[in-house]
Design a binder for this molecule. Structure first.
Ligand code: AFP
Length: 363
């Protein structure tokens, strides 16, 4: 039964009708969706596509590039550069912004993306995704790097695709967060999850606990309390998940609540967090807030950060509002110096959590 289904194109026409540049924004998002379908097809082939594994190259972050990172990057650039809709693009895989070739008209938008988030998961057949953010660009001139450095609150659209058992596109144009499922036979994204809503409270957290000794005390306190469950401060048991693919964690949170944390740590003092502000944290923060959740660094709203560099990293804590608010409170108490050492009944005297443990050498 095809009739009565809302396709992505129909949804965009209805959502953007009457909005300045609405038709152009809709057309750009349709181009992004077409690129996403190409990436979905590549990832779905797995080992049969001959595209798994690493390249003998590193990206600007010094991370080993996977073949699929580069192919996904090319799919988005080639899918979006020709339509006269974007003035420039920036990607996790490119050191500097990509300038639109002279043969194509320049448009009013900037497209910023992580072509394949969690790409280390492709070799083990676990969900990966594409994250993107659309910003406005007023001048006629080719955009400089500084033009991309806009706070997340200025995004006109944001979304991600998740390549899992089903391929989904989750999107906001500033009026709620909505999920579309790819009908592979027909090739259309169909609205299947309108108006997603994240519960305010949750008992599920996601964090890479192998970094525990490098975290700041407020994060140690929060996680320690979650692990203590009903015998501790929180008075109820928590569940933990870690997929190592932010898109998949965020997707779970949009479906059933929870919190995802990639906090600042002392593992690599040169990196104030793992995730990149412009093409990971900002788009995901907008999606989460449009679904009623909250996204913070622990010390303030992610969407209000003034970016200082294209590949800037930030601490990320997002999901169910009351949990993220609690994390902000713990950071504030710690910064004021009035947080109490947390004593979990699960820990004996020797492994007692004390704030100064996190401030030590990190060994
Ligand atoms: P990539 O963007 O390099 O694929 O990294 C994925 C990611 O940034 C994010 O999706 C995960 O939450 C995180 O890395 C996983 O990191 P670790 O499990 O290695 O801590």
């Amino acid at each position: 039964m095809q009739s009565g289904r809302t396709t992505l194109s129909k949804f965009l026409i209805e959502q953007l009708r009457g909005r300045d540049d609405g038709a152009d924004l809709g057309a750009l998002l349709v181009d992004v969706a077409a690129a996403v379908k190409a990436i979905a097809a590549m990832t779905a082939k797995g080992a049969l596509g001959g595209v798994l594994g690493a390249l003998d190259a590193r990206n600007v972050q010094g991370e080993t590039q996977k073949k699929l990172d580069v192919l996904a990057n090319d799919a988005i650039i080639q899918g979006c550069e020709w339509g006269g809709l974007v003035a420039g693009m920036a990607s996790e895989e490119l050191e500097a912004p990509y300038a639109i070739p002279a043969e194509f008209k320049r448009g009013k938008f900037l497209l910023v993306f992580d072509p394949l988030d969690g790409s280390s998961n492709t070799d083990v057949n676990v969900s990966v995704g594409t994250i993107f953010s659309v910003l406005r660009h007023e001048p006629e001139a080719a955009p400089a790097e500084a033009d991309f450095l806009q706070p997340g609150s200025r995004q006109v659209a944001a979304g991600y695709a998740i390549y899992g058992p089903a391929t989904m596109l989750v999107l906001t144009v500033g009026a709620g967060t909505h999920g579309f499922t790819l009908d592979r036979e027909v090739g259309n994204f169909i609205l299947t999850h309108p108006q997603l809503a994240i519960p305010e409270d949750s008992s599920e957290f996601a964090i890479n606990t192998s970094n525990e000794r490098f975290w700041e005390p407020p994060v140690q306190r929060y996680v320690c309390e979650c692990k203590a469950g009903r015998s501790g401060e929180r008075g109820r048991d928590f569940n933990m998940r870690w997929i190592a693919s932010m898109v998949a964690e965020v997707h779970r949170i949009l479906m059933r609540g929870g919190v995802f944390l990639y906090p600042k740590d002392t593992k690599d003092p040169g990196k104030p967090g793992r995730l990149r502000l412009l093409y990971e944290a900002n788009p995901v923060a907008l999606l989460i807030e449009q679904a009623g959740g909250y996204a913070s660094t622990g010390r303030g709203r992610i969407l209000e950060l003034e970016p200082g560099a294209l590949h800037q990293r930030v601490p990320v804590m997002l999901g169910s509002r009351n949990e993220v608010a609690r994390l902000e409170r713990y950071h504030a108490e710690h910064d004021r110096g009035d947080d109490q050492p947390f004593v979990s009944p699960l820990f004996n005297e020797r492994s007692l959590y004390r704030p100064e443990m996190a401030l030590g050498s990190g060994k």
